[in-house]
Design a binder for this molecule. Structure first.
Ligand code: ADP
Ligand code: MG
Length: 254
């Protein structure tokens, strides 16, 4: 048993004959911010998707807050969770993608209260109050009535973050949240994420923003070929990487 918020052990995933995750081991403590770096195709997105039940795994195990997530190859047998369990677990894990995926026909406020009032059956007054508080937190309290198309990409991504937080997740996963943004809009999204980290939220962030990793991460993990090849404090992994593949990658992105 473990007290880690995320405990991944020997996680394997393949698509057909393509082995994408080859035995990922990763522990993330409550309140920890882990930045995941790695070349395109190394399995970063797939790993996040496995944590959030968007993919099933073929081997190993993932626990979130002590609970088994998804499927597990267990001595040759696969354990299936009930659909209801999966739905409940997914609600407790927030995810923010490169594409913001806001509902275009709903206002900012409606986008945020949609899941809490629908899925969680929160009373609408309470969900609304929480949404406004979250909009303050992401610096958009004055845009509650706007539609997504009236917002910049950076503002839309901040709404997407508020929407994920509305489900009161115990863990937030970010998959290249600033990669689709114009360069001048990246900073406001990273600043929002930094403030969440400062508030003690547990976060796994896939990003190529090395400055964010250096400043905000408690730990930096480097993935290559479906494996965690290096993990340590940012100062160590970024300034003095031990693994030649980490070195080669950093020399390209820095
Ligand atoms: P990263 O996020 O590090 O760029 P991904 O996890 O997206 O890497 O992808 C890892 C590998 O898995 C890539 O070779 C990708 O083409 C492949 N892959 C990802 N999703 C699927 C899928 N649904 N079906 C088949 N192959 C996939
Ligand atoms: Mg990816």
């Amino acid at each position: 048993m473990t007290t880690a918020m995320v405990h991944a052990a020997g996680v394997r995933k393949r698509f057909g004959h393509l082995e994408v995750l080859n035995g990922i081991d990763l522990d993330v403590a409550a309140g920890e911010v882990v930045v995941v770096l790695g070349p395109s195709g190394s399995g970063k997105s797939t790993f996040l998707r496995c944590i959030n039940h968007l993919e099933t795994i073929d081997g190993g195990s993932i626990h979130v807050d002590g609970e088994l997530i998804g499927f597990r190859a267990d001595g040759g047998r696969v354990r299936h969770l009930r659909k209801r369990e999966i739905t409940r677990q997914r609600r407790e894990i927030g995810m923010v993608f490169q594409q913001f995926n806001l509902f275009p026909h709903l206002t900012v406020l409606q986008n945020i209260v949609e899941a809490p009032t629908g899925v969680r059956r929160e009373p609408s007054a309470r969900a609304r109050e929480h949404a406004l508080e979250l909009l303050r937190r992401v610096g958009l309290e004055d845009r509650a009535g706007a539609y997504p198309r009236q917002l910049s990409g950076g503002q839309q991504q901040r709404v997407a973050i508020a929407r994920a937080l509305a489900m009161r997740p115990k863990l937030m996963l970010f998959d290249e949240p600033t990669s689709a943004l114009d360069p001048e809009l990246v900073g406001e999204v990273l600043a929002t994420m930094k403030s969440l980290a400062d508030d003690g939220l547990t976060m796994i962030v896939v990003t190529h923003e090395i400055g964010f990793a250096r400043e905000v991460a408690d730990r930096v993990v480097f993935m290559d070929g479906g494996l965690v090849v290096e993990s340590g404090p940012p100062s160590q992994v970024l300034e003095n990487p031990a693994n030649p593949r980490t070195k080669a990658f950093l020399s390209k992105v820095l």
